[in-house]
Design a protein around this ligand. Structure first.
Ligand code: ATP
Length: 263
């Protein structure tokens, strides 16, 4: 049987003694190459869970094992892309990615190889033509693409996406989703993505992890998205399997685990 690649085991988190548990006993095993979306209402603890996997936050109980090694701190094997692009404003697009290359995957590469690797990752997100621009000269969607290139350039074992398209308009968002699907197909990167967007979760994922409301949030249900790849958003818009999966997530979020204010 295939070994679990990323093993999130009985993770509970509380912020401060006496405070309620934000997360309570999260158990999730992710296979290599799998694309998993985590969805749930605002404040249920999705980012908290991602931060534990990233090594930015220690679990109060339980832990995370990646390829047999316990996660205790951040590392280049788990690259994170946040909703708000975090590029260094005084560096060009090229330099932003090159900096990550120099610090991680580029160690041991020659100068020419590091240059090529930087350009190759910019090309993955179609940003090689904007390499010499600075962040203020490019759009929000382009900044997110550079953020994704920077993350991928580290050759991470797991790509952690925290609502990476949340701040973008619908068309830009669709474009980026297609690019991420193409990259995932190409590289086979393992992805854990947080989202609020049901359609996005169904379109991109192999499995959707649905979280109950906090505090004491836990995994309510896990849905296998049984749709062949490559996936085409237009064809899927009327595909019965897509619509069934979408409905299952919507029912979970808006019937079984509606927020009290929205009930
Ligand atoms: N550093 C912290 N100190 C104290 N409480 C925190 C801290 N970080 C998060 N929390 C609390 O933990 C809970 C979960 O927050 P988290 O950001 O993980 O939720 P989320 O599901 O990602 O929300 P959203 O979808 O709105 O981004 C919230 O109640 C939040 O206020």
């Amino acid at each position: 049987m295939e070994r679990d690649f990323l093993d999130i085991s009985r993770v509970s988190v509380r912020f401060g003694a006496g405070a309620p548990l934000v997360l309570n006993g999260i158990d999730l095993k992710i296979r290599q190459g799998e694309y998993v979306a985590v969805i749930g209402h605002s404040g249920c603890g999705k980012s908290t869970l991602l931060n534990v996997v990233a090594g930015l936050l220690n679990a109060t109980q339980g832990g995370v094992i990646l390829e047999g090694r316990e996660v205790t701190e951040p590392g280049p094997d788990r690259a994170v892309v946040f909703q708000n692009h975090s590029l260094l404003p005084w560096l060009t697009v090229y330099e932003n990615v090159k900096l990550a290359v120099d610090r991680t995957a580029g160690r041991g590469m020659s100068r020419a190889e590091r240059h090529d690797w930087t350009l190759r990752n910019l090309a993955l997100v179609r940003m090689e033509g904007h390499a010499q621009k600075r962040p203020h000269e490019i759009s929000g969607g382009m900044k997110q693409r550079v953020g994704i290139a920077r993350a991928l350039s580290m050759k991470p074992k797991v790509l952690l996406l925290d609502e990476p398209f949340g701040a973008l308009d619908a068309l830009t968002r669709a474009h980026l989703q297609d690019q991420v699907m193409a990259i995932h197909a190409d590289l086979g990167t393992t992805v854990m993505m947080i989202t609020h967007d049901v359609d996005e979760a169904v379109l991109l994922s192999d499995r959707i992890v649905m979280m109950t409301n906090g505090p004491n949030a836990t995994i309510g249900e896990v849905l296998d998205v049984d749709l062949p790849r490559p996936r085409d958003r237009l064809a899927l818009a009327s595909d019965a399997r897509f619509l069934t999966a979408r409905e299952a997530v919507l029912r979970f979020l808006h019937e079984r685990h509606a927020l009290p204010a929205a009930a």
